[in-house]
Write a protein that binds this ligand. Structure first.
Ligand code: FAD
Ligand code: NAP
Length: 451
């Protein structure tokens, strides 16, 4: 008879929880331990999703049900690579699933990127969403113009947070320090700079519509950027057609009324240099591009620089060109080009798997991540079926991991401990009229956990 399958998942974000959920449903008997570096769960659902999109966070209810299942254990404040190794997890468990996401940012590699107030979107998001190490981010909002580089949904999230009326943000779980800084903000214009054209923009229609409808803010386009769009619009796949129609409509309609703030998408522009005064950015030089690859699928067309360029004022530049993952241990190969753990449909080698952004790269919404995790979990089940010896050897599971973590004096945060942190945050939020006020300090989280 097979022994009890013991499974460990590293990362308590969507990928980890969805993989656990699928395995729990299909395996009658199993033990699943979810390891998380932070004392709190949910990954980018807590630390990425914008505070004014609370409905997206409803997935936390699904993840809570998984965590509260009798065969599941949450081990927060345990960092793979620092507190425990993959090899140790392999000794303890039959199956190890790496789901530790993509927690660094890509940069442009151009002059001036290290000037003050040139900041990655990842850190700005961390600052308004309560990532402990981003709480002291130095961000100056005393200028009128901000340039955001990149045209994905993260760039749109950041633009919206900078331009939303402060009274609307007060009702969200945005951190109090960000709220205070934003209430003093002098920002009036946010540029959203894309190297390619409107047809290649990465943002999606719901997010764009929200920007166009934002109170007291006018979306301004450059009419010339759309000169080729009408010619191809009818041949586009439906989602591309709908968003292109929305952009065209918005670019041609002339809404009456005066708005205090402006949202200005700029296409066909590549940042060449951030220019500073007193070590702080005050302009960005943009090269003007054309698209190459007329016969290609439009999404594969490439931006090519011309000799033309322009310079725009910006006292804050935010780089939003994607997140990236990092290697964990030498023994586990990392594909530096793709920025993912080398894997084949999620399998790294026998008994070792990867899922979510660490396996696919930093793109896709929660639904895509869920589908990826379900697929990887299914592959694990097939591997067990084909090769029952994968789970035949008796493994010590949590007992072994626990002894290692105790020896290293790691304070493991259990699900019950997290519920104490959760209660504290919700109570602190209620006093401020917010759904929660996140704790920013790891020590404080650990104190509450052990209280
Ligand atoms: P993550 O969510 O990053 O989870 C990884 C987890 O692993 C984290 O909890 C992390 O702390 C933990 N971890 C990292 N290193 C270690 C380690 N060494 N040891 C142990 N644990 C570790 N999608 C939507 O559908 N709607 C949205 O509104 C939306 N907004 C987004 C906003 C932003 C700013 C970003 C970046 C993404 C957004 N997404 C949104 C996409 C969505 O967040 C991702 O699809 C999803 O979070 C990826 O899940 P993941 O589990 O792979 O990674
Ligand atoms: P993204 O969607 O991949 O967008 C990245 C943007 O950066 C693109 O416009 C890309 O342009 C640009 N870019 C990349 N490299 C560049 C370079 N060297 N120079 C100039 N521009 C460059 O990534 P993201 O915005 O980080 O979002 C990650 C994922 O999370 C996405 O799937 C997104 O939909 C999801 N998300 C969803 C929501 C939501 O549902 N509300 C919110 C936030 C995030 P090119 O196309 O030309 O490469």
């Amino acid at each position: 008879m097979n022994s009890l399958p013991r499974i460990s998942v590293v990362g308590a974000g969507p990928a980890g929880f969805y993989a656990a959920q699928f395995l729990l449903k299909k395996l009658k008997r199993c033990e699943i331990d979810i390891y998380e570096r932070l004392p709190v769960p949910f990954g980018l659902v807590r630390f990425g999703v914008a505070p004014d999109h609370p409905e997206v966070k409803n997935v936390e209810n699904t993840f809570t049900k998984v965590a509260e299942h009798q065969n599941v254990r949450f081990l927060g404040n345990v960092c793979l690579g620092r507190d425990i190794t993959v090899e140790e997890l392999k000794k303890a468990y039959h199956i190890v699933i790496l789901a530790y996401g993509a927690e660094k940012s890509r940069n442009l590699g151009i002059p001036g990127e290290n000037l003050n107030n040139v900041i990655s979107a990842r850190r700005v998001v961390g600052w308004y969403n309560g990532v402990p190490w981003d709480k002291d981010l130095s961000i100056d909002l005393s200028m009128r113009e901000v340039a955001i580089v990149g045209q994905g949904n993260v760039a749109i999230d950041v633009a919206r947070i900078l331009l939303t009326p402060i009274d609307d943000l007060k009702k969200t779980d945005i951190t109090q320090h960000a709220l205070e800084a934003l209430s003093r903000s002098k920002v009036r214009t946010v540029y959203l700079i894309g190297r390619r054209g409107p047809l290649q923009a990465a943002f999606t229609i719901k997010e764009l519509r929200e920007m166009i409808k934002l109170k007291n803010c006018k979306t301004e386009w450059i009419a010339d950027d759309f000169k080729d769009v009408s010619n191809v619009i009818n041949s586009l796949p439906r989602p591309k057609k709908r968003i292109s129609e929305l952009m065209l409509r918005s670019a041609t309609e002339n809404l009456p009324g005066v708005c205090e703030k402006k949202f200005k998408p700029l296409f066909f522009r590549t940042p060449l240099e951030f220019i500073g005064k007193n070590q702080t950015v005050n302009k960005v030089k943009l090269g003007i591009n054309i698209l190459q690859g007329e016969n290609e699928d439009i999404m594969n067309q490439k931006a090519v620089l011309t000799d033309l360029h322009e310079t725009i004022d910006c006292g804050l530049a935010i780089i939003s060109i994607g997140y990236k993952s990092t290697p964990i241990e030498e023994s586990i190969e990392f594909d530096q080009n793709l920025g993912v753990l080398k894997n084949h449909y999620g399998k790294i080698r026998n008994g070792l798997y990867a899922t979510g952004w660490v396996a696919t790269g930093p793109s896709g919404v929660i639904l895509n991540t869920m589908n990826n995790s379900f697929g990887v979990a299914e592959l694990i089940l097939k591997d067990i079926e084909k090769n029952p010896s994968l789970i035949q050897e008796s493994k010590p599971g949590y007992d072994y991991a626990h002894s290692i973590l105790s020896q290293r004096s790691i304070q493991v945060v259990s699900w019950r401990d997290w519920l104490k942190i959760n209660e504290f945050e919700v109570n602190a939020g209620t006093k401020l009229g917010k759904p929660r006020e996140k704790i920013l300090d790891m020590e404080k989280m650990l104190d509450i956990a052990s209280s």
